[in-house]
Design a protein around this ligand. Structure first.
Ligand code: NI
Length: 269
């Protein structure tokens, strides 16, 4: 069994709880980054998950034949089982348990590809705005670039302390309910911190931390692999609604529904 090779310092743990994010220079080795990049590029080239609704455009309306602004694959290891192994994953779990406690578990993962020269910005948002509003969360996302991440190609940016906010009102990008990606209606983003990283570094952020990534104006694609970890979510005492999700009508959901019908998973419904 692979043992973790990194341990966060007390200073790093304190900084995460104070700021709602943390950047670390290495979560895996250069060799593993190269391997991951190969698998990653293959999955996007094969459009893995497209028919299931697990590959879709986060930043556009996602019509067939239209170039995606921000292609994303949910749960890439479903389409490349070798991704279930690896030092990046072992180290990420170890880091998650240092920050959230020994009961932290994996909570889903995805890959976001930002094409060279054209990749759209990922607007300011809080990840929790995508989720079930009836639950209470304590989770982190670990964002790993598979090449250098720079201001020019869309490295992550965070508003320190914003994880102490409630979930702010959001809307689909461009106010178009066909777009999966969300943008916060209004937020104070002065004082935001950009986190350039070497390949195989990582940023770690809380589910309420406001974050953003710029467009990719460079000549190379920006590949990011994102691992989620969290404690068990529980029902909230105070009800709330995320109306921006209730009105969504994405092509991706239509494909996922169709795939479920085809596979018979709908049963007698
Ligand atoms: Ni996000």
């Amino acid at each position: 069994m692979t043992e973790p090779t990194i341990v966060l310092t007390e200073e790093q743990i304190t900084a995460y709880h104070r700021d709602g994010f943390l950047a670390i220079p290495a979560i895996t080795t250069p060799e593993e980054v190269e391997w991951l990049r190969g698998v990653y590029d293959r999955l996007f080239a094969q459009r893995a998950g497209r028919e299931d609704g697990n590959q879709f455009d986060l930043g556009g309306t996602d019509e067939e034949g239209k170039e995606a602004a921000l292609p994303q694959i949910l749960d890439p290891k479903r389409y490349a089982p070798e991704l279930a192994e690896g030092l990046f994953r072992v180290n990420a779990l170890a880091v998650a348990r240092q920050l959230l406690g020994p009961h932290a578990e994996a909570r889903g993962e995805h890959a976001i590809f930002k094409p060279a020269g054209t990749g759209a910005p990922t607007p300011w948002h809080q990840d929790e705005a995508y989720w079930d509003p009836t639950l209470e969360y304590n989770s982190i996302s670990i964002w790993i670039p598979l090449q250098e991440a720079t201001l020019e190609n869309g490295c992550m940016q965070f508003v320190p302390g914003s994880h102490r906010n409630e979930v702010l009102p959001h809307h689909s990008i461009g106010h178009d309910p066909r777009v999966h990606g969300l943008e916060v209606d209004a937020a104070e983003t002065r004082g935001a911190v950009a986190c350039p990283l070497p390949p195989g570094g990582a940023t770690i952020h809380h589910n309420r931390t406001l974050h953003y990534a710029g467009p990719n104006t460079s000549s190379i694609p920006r590949r990011a692999y994102i691992l989620g970890f969290g404690l068990a979510s529980r029902k909230r005492d105070t009800p709330r609604r995320f109306p921006w999700n209730e009105i969504k009508q994405t092509a991706r959901d239509a494909r996922a529904r169709e795939a479920r019908v085809k596979s018979g998973a709908m049963g007698s419904m």
